[in-house]
Design a protein around this ligand. Structure first.
Ligand SMILES: [Zn+2]
Length: 78
C-alpha cells in the first residue's frame, strides 16, 4: 500500500494518480485542473467523445484522466 503524503489516502500503486481532496464532479472541472498546455487537447478529445456519446454522464472521468496521462507521456506537455 502507498499512502499519499498530501491527502493521506491509501492506494495499491505507488504514486497512484488521484485527486487530493474532493474529486471534480464534472469533465469541465477536471479539465480546468489540468495544465494550460494540455487543456485545449482535452477539450478537443472531450468534444470528439461527446459526438459519439451525447449523454455527458456516460463519459467516465477515469477515461479522461487516462487521456490526460497519455498527453503527458507522449510529450505534448512539458
Ligand atoms: Zn492525495
Amino acid at each position: 500500500m502507498w499512502k499519499c503524503p498530501k491527502c493521506g489516502r491509501e492506494f495499491k500503486n505507488t504514486n497512484q494518480d488521484h485527486f487530493c481532496g474532493e474529486p471534480p464532479k464534472t469533465i469541465d472541472a477536471y479539465i480546468s485542473e489540468q495544465p494550460d498546455s494540455i487543456q485545449p487537447l482535452l477539450h478537443q478529445v472531450r468534444s470528439t467523445i461527446h459526438t459519439a456519446l451525447p449523454d455527458e454522464k456516460a463519459l467516465p472521468l477515469p477515461l479522461i484522466a487516462e487521456i490526460a496521462k497519455w498527453c503527458y507521456e507522449t510529450g505534448n506537455y512539458h
